[in-house]
Write a protein that binds this ligand. Structure first.
Ligand SMILES: [Zn+2]
Length: 298
């Protein structure tokens, strides 16, 4: 099944991240076939990956708590067994909001140790002027790792690996080695400029490096589940990486020569992509600011 990316949904979801509130009553969960035993669920918030088969069900990210029942219904339509594991790609609430519900129903929540660390304490986003309170104990990952962990389930190896600070400082990528599928969480915004959470230790160079890592492992048959946007391919990720590198180089040279943020914005370093990628929540100026601030930290 091929689904068209709706920019409106992404805008709504990301605006909700900024404001912390959203009306979920109209959200429907769509299921996309990715590979045998692998599905992607699109609802509101980060895309969900599903592995199912004789060993049961593992999901990657769980969107928002009010959607748990709808997510569970969509998963049940794929496979009747309960959800055994939830992997969080990073700590943001549009990817971990269902944790407490999933955990109390028996799922083991798994994530990089920085996901648990950030969810365990109040997080302040200077960029969004927003404070996120610490999550309740039942929402926290109970199994954490530092570098990587593998799930040997459903006839495949799901290799979950941490990357250096990129979207946040606790990002993980999931690689289905046999099915040739990746879930990149918010290391990949397919069809938009990236959100780089500098307040959570994010880095533009880290986002580029994460894309390079997946490109080195992927081939033309690979399917890539982005954190936001439609199911994608190596070609899509290559274009994304190239876009990021081009913009990085334009902004970096101006940072080095002491240009101000306003001067850099005025130079329109993102101009070729403003029409296609800049209509969502992260517009050209916002992305330029992320990049400028990230590169100025060096
Ligand atoms: Zn995120």
């Amino acid at each position: 099944m091929k689904l068209t990316f709706s920019t409106g949904v992404a805008v709504l979801a990301l605006s909700a991240f900024a404001s912390g509130q959203q009306d979920f009553s109209k959200v429907q969960i769509q299921t996309v076939d990715v590979a045998p035993g692998v599905h992607m669920l699109i609802g509101s918030g980060g895309n969900i990956g599903v592995s199912s088969g004789s060993d049961g069900v593992l999901i990657i990210d769980d969107q928002y708590a009010p959607l748990t029942e709808r997510i569970r219904a969509a998963v049940s339509a794929i496979h009747k067994d309960p959800i055994r594991f939830v992997v969080n790609t990073h700590w943001h609430g549009d990817h971990t909001g269902g944790n407490e519900n999933m955990g109390s129903a028996g799922a083991v929540i798994v994530a990089h140790e920085n996901v648990r660390r950030r969810m365990s304490s109040e997080q302040i986003s200077e960029f969004f002027k927003r404070t996120t309170p610490a999550s309740p104990k039942g929402a926290l990952p109970v199994l954490t790792f530092v570098e990587n962990v593998s799930f040997h389930v459903n006839g495949d190896e799901l290799y979950v690996f941490h990357v250096d600070p990129a979207h946040t400082d606790g990002d993980s990528i999931v690689h289905w080695k046999k099915a040739n599928v990746f879930h990149m969480g918010d290391l990949f915004f397919s069809g938009g400029f990236p959100f780089i959470d500098l307040d959570s230790g994010g880095s533009l160079d880290g986002v580029i490096a994460a894309a390079e890592k997946v490109l080195a492992l992927a081939n033309d048959s690979s399917k890539i589940i982005p954190g936001h946007g439609p199911l994608s391919t190596k070609k899509d990720l290559t274009a994304y990486r190239d876009m990021l590198k081009t913009i990085r180089s334009r902004i970096h040279s101006q940072v080095t020569s002491g240009k101000s943020l306003d001067e850099v914005k005025a130079s329109r370093p993102t101009k070729e992509w403003d029409e296609t990628l800049g209509k969502g929540f992260i517009n050209a100026d916002t992305f330029t600011e992320f990049a400028y601030r990230s590169l100025s930290k060096k």
